[in-house]
Every structure is written in C-alpha cells, then in structure tokens.
Design a protein around this ligand. Structure first.
Ligand code: ZN
Ligand code: ZN
Length: 548
C-alpha cells in the first residue's frame, strides 16, 4: 500500500525559508526553496537557508522544484540547492525573469535548468503531477500548486489573498479551486500568516487612494519605500505620481533592475515621460519629484538607510521631503526600522507609516479568506504553514469552529513528515532538517561555535597570549606576553594576567612543557580563569606557543 508524505523542510512553524516536500515512494516534488533573514544575535550572518540534507540524501528521487512565486522567502535558497543538486526548476515567466540573473551570477550560466509553466499546465513528475493555479498575492503570477498523488490532491495555497480588484486585473482562479475540491483534496497546506486578522484583507487597489492623499499633502519631494518585488505597489505609485505631475526616479540597484525587467515584459506599465534617471532629478523642483526606493526593513546597505545617514552620494534627504513607508516590518527588524525613521526625521523629512487611508495592505489572507479557501477546496486534512505557532494555533481554532475534526488538523513543524494513506494520517519520524547560516562571503554552514565566538568577541573582546618554550630544555623563555582588543576592565586585572599564567605554568615539569598542545590548552584555561575572576569577562582567548 502506498502512502504519501508531506514534509516541510522550512517555513512550517516560522515565517521564512519556505521549502516543502511531497513524497510518494521514489518520487519527490519540492515546492519552493526560500531563505529567511537572520535574527539580531546571528552576528555577521547575511541569510538563513534550509538544511538540504534530506534532499541530497534522496537526490535521485527529486523530480523538480516548483516555485509558487518570486518572493525571497520562496526562492532565495535556490542558488544554494542548485549548486549541490541538478534538478529542474519550474516557475512562471515572471519568476523566471527575476530568477535567471541571480542564478547566472551564483550558480553559473549553464548549470541550471529553468522551465516555464503557465497556470493550468500539468507537469508530470514521476508518479506525481503538479498543476499551478492562479492566485492573488503581492507579486503577479503567484500560483497555488496542486500535487496529484495516489491518495488525492495535496494543495499548496502559496502565499495568497482573495483580491477581487487586483491591480493587474488577474483574479484568482476560484472555479479551478472548486473543481479540485470536487476531485478530492486530501490535504490543504495553507498560508496562515494572517490567521489572527479577522474579516477580509483590503484589496491592493485601496492603496491608490491612500497614496493620492499622501502625495497631495506633500509639499516637497515624495520618497516611497517598498519591497523591490512589490510590482503592484510600484505600479500604483508611478500612476499616482503621473496623475499629480511628478516625475519618478529610482534609488536602489535591485529595484532599478526589477523595474527594468518588469517593464520590458509588460508587468509594469510606465506612462510615457514619467520615469527619469536619478542623476537628472536635480533639474526638477521638489514638488515635481517622486523617488521610489528600497530599505523598508532597515537593511544597512539599502539606499534609504544610507540616505538616512547622509551617506548616499546620489541623493540627500532635504527639509520638506515626505517619506512614505509602504510596507510592514518583518518581525525582528523593528529596531533597525525605527532607527532609520528617526534619522530621517532628524534630517528634516516627514515620515508617514500609518495614515488614515492605508498606504500599505497585506498580501496575505485574513480569516474569512482562509475560510473561503477551505470551503472551496474541501480538504480532508488541514495543514497550516507559513506562520509562527501562534498563527497556526489560531488557524486550528478557526477550522474547529468551522466544524473540522480535531484529528484532521496538523500544525505542521519543520522536519516532521505527515504521512497519509487510504485510512489515516500520522506523524512520521523526523527527517534531517534545520537552518544553515550564510555570511557575507556566501559560504553556507556557519556553525554554532563560530556564532558563539562572534558573540563573545562582540561582548568581551579577545586576548592573544604568547608563551615561548625552549623545547630542548623544557623551560619557559621569558614571561608570557599578551595583546588584547575590545577589552574593558580595571588595568590591574589585566596587568596580573602574565604573572598568573607564569605561576600556573611553574607547576609544570620539564617534560610537560615540551608537550605543546597541553601548554596551549593550559595557557588558554589559565587566562580564561584569571580574566573571569578578576574582571568578570569571558573574552575569546587565542593561545600561541612559540617553540625555540
Ligand atoms: Zn512568503
Ligand atoms: Zn509572498
């Protein structure tokens, strides 16, 4: 008897690094391969990706990676997976256009196999097949994925909302979702990010009036910051700017690139004569200018953050500027966002982040939309993902209120398979999973030891202790010497270090002193003990034993 497994490798009980697996016998289909951003204690870490060991251990079974949409939390891990595993990647034309330059840069021009699908295509993947279905979200061409298995359809909603006035006019294919429900959805793997929000989410189109108001009230330049991937938002900003007789310039390389690709492919419609180069913006009076920029999350290298520090050479904030924050903070980024906002105020700008008429709406379904998805697709099992445990819990409560049986609702956890056959569903043995940290150098796999060292270095500095040993005689040559960086303590606590180590080593026999490894270990141990006792600090100690 065959059974089917749904295995989240990332993004189940967290927001970020989405990566899901459907397995039936020897066939594996992967849905999304994303990244997440580091928390503040992950010093020097740029991004976090899923641990791919399960996929690598089953490399001959992986039939393809299917991309629901081109947000970083769904595609950002791909370059790292594709370096280790040659496997076709299926995605929409827009996702392909946005992904291709990144994959060429990070994987190599010929080393990947991108295949384009359109909603309604059915893609064979061994004994499984996958059908993308159009859904609405904050980036065009987002697709739910119906994976057909021997037990029925496993339906991934992707990130979604039901927007009946989408900016590009392309509705979710509700009819198809209903048909799949009739055919038999065994499991609905659903977005639950906004499960705590009651009612319906607002349509993206609502933002246009908010922007009109904000633009109308701005005396000087308008700077609007949003995600480079929020194509609908950029379209509405450009349209409103054109309406109000403002030219639009772009500050930020990524955003410039995205706008260029999207305009070329027709996803962005640029009214003639509105777009100008940033360097030409000085030729226009402030009230005729709008500037689109990135940096909503306080990313240190983004144009907006650099502007807030007065370090962006291409554009300076000036008195009378209005900065519109058209995005929601990703949890964990609040501190750096507020720092940026405060710096912008100090430079004389007015920053708007909450306005009576919204200048931002969420791309994720509220409760009534989540219920509508359940009612349309009539799943046997419910599997909330793309949420923290509190969101999953709320989704469960909502499903219970709708009359769904408790034992059919699975609050999914990374690494824990849910197995389903004709009769029942059960939790399988956890697979290898976890997070892999990547730093600025781009090499994945920063270990906990390295993180601990970085944390200790940043808190307590470091000390290098040098002892010189004559290996012929087994005697110390001179007293231990040391250098330190980033240490703050009473001078006498540090001054006694050399003597303390010399005293400690004086108990060593001549043979002991010839054992360099042991001396190195003991020097580190002595230095650690002394500095902790006398100064209450735990710096990183680097013992150096020189043999003469
Ligand atoms: Zn997402
Ligand atoms: Zn998304």
């Amino acid at each position: 008897m065959s059974f089917v497994q749904v295995i989240p490798l990332g993004g189940a009980d967290e927001i970020g690094k989405n990566c899901n697996v459907v397995r039936q016998g020897d066939d594996i289909v992967v849905v999304d391969c994303g990244l997440s951003f580091p928390s503040e204690e992950m010093l020097g870490v740029d991004i976090v990706i899923p641990d791919f060991r399960y996929l690598l251990a089953n490399r001959d079974k992986v039939r393809g990676v299917f991309i629901t949409h081109a947000h970083e939390d769904h595609v950002g891990g791909l370059p790292y997976l594709l370096r280790e595993l040659q496997v076709p990647v299926y995605c929409s034309p827009l996702a392909a256009a946005l992904l291709r330059p990144k994959l060429e840069e990070r994987v190599g021009a010929k080393a990947f196999d991108l295949r384009i699908f359109n909603p309604g295509d059915i893609i064979e993947a061994g004994s499984l097949s996958v059908e993308p279905i159009r859904i609405t979200h904050s980036i065009p061409e987002t697709c739910a994925m119906a994976v057909r298995t021997a037990q029925g359809i496993v339906l991934f909603t992707a990130d979604f909302k039901f927007d009946f006035t989408p900016v590009d006019g392309k509705m979710a294919n509700i009819t198809r979702l209903g048909e799949l429900g009739r055919e038999g959805v065994i499991a609905l793997v659903s977005d639950c990010t906004n499960a705590e929000e009651t009612g319906w989410s607002l349509s993206e189109s609502v933002v246009k009036n908010g922007l009109r108001n904000a633009f109308a009230n701005a005396q000087g330049r308008v700077l609007l910051t949003t995600f480079a991937s929020n194509i609908h938002r950029m379209q509405q900003t450009i349209d409103v700017a054109a309406e109000m007789g403002r030219k639009v310039a772009i500050a930020g390389r990524r955003m410039e690139q995205t706008i260029e690709i999207c305009a070329k492919m027709g996803y962005l419609k640029l009214p003639p004569g509105v777009m100008i180069a940033l360097r030409d913006s000085t030729q226009y009076p402030a009230h005729q200018l709008a500037i689109l920029t990135t940096g909503t999350q306080g990313e240190p290298l983004s144009a907006l953050v650099q502007m807030s520090k007065g370090e962006y050479s291409r554009l300076q904030i000036q008195k009378g500027d209005t900065v519109l924050y058209s995005a929601r903070p990703i949890p964990g980024n609040e501190a750096s966002i507020w720092r940026t906002v405060n710096r912008l105020f100090r430079q004389g700008a007015t920053v708007l982040y909450q306005t009576p008429q919204p200048i931002h709406v969420s791309g994720h379904a509220h409760q009534e939309e989540l219920k509508m998805m359940i009612n349309l697709t009539r799943p046997f099992y419910l599997m909330p993902v793309h949420g923290e445990p509190r969101h999953q819990h709320q989704y469960r409560r909502m499903a219970l209120e709708m009359g769904h049986a408790e034992h059919r609702i699975f609050e999914m956890r990374d690494g824990v398979p849910v197995c389903m056959d004709e009769r029942s569903a059960w939790l399988g043995e956890p697979v290898e999973f976890g997070r892999v940290l990547v730093d600025r150098g781009g090499e994945p796999g920063i270990s906990d030891d390295v993180l601990r060292d970085r944390s200790n270095l940043s808190n307590d500095g470091f000390v290098a202790v040098t002892v010189v040993v004559d290996v012929d005689t087994g005697e110390l040559v001179g007293p231990p010497t040391f250098q330190h960086r980033g240490i703050h303590a009473k001078p006498e606590a540090i001054a006694g270090l050399s003597e303390f180590i010399a005293d400690g080593l004086s108990t060593f026999s001549r043979d002991d002193l010839k054992d360099v490894d042991r001396v190195r270990f003991d020097v580190a141990d002595l230095a650690k003990r002394h500095l902790h006792k006398k100064a209450g600090i735990r710096p990183v100690i680097v013992p150096i034993v020189v043999e003469v």
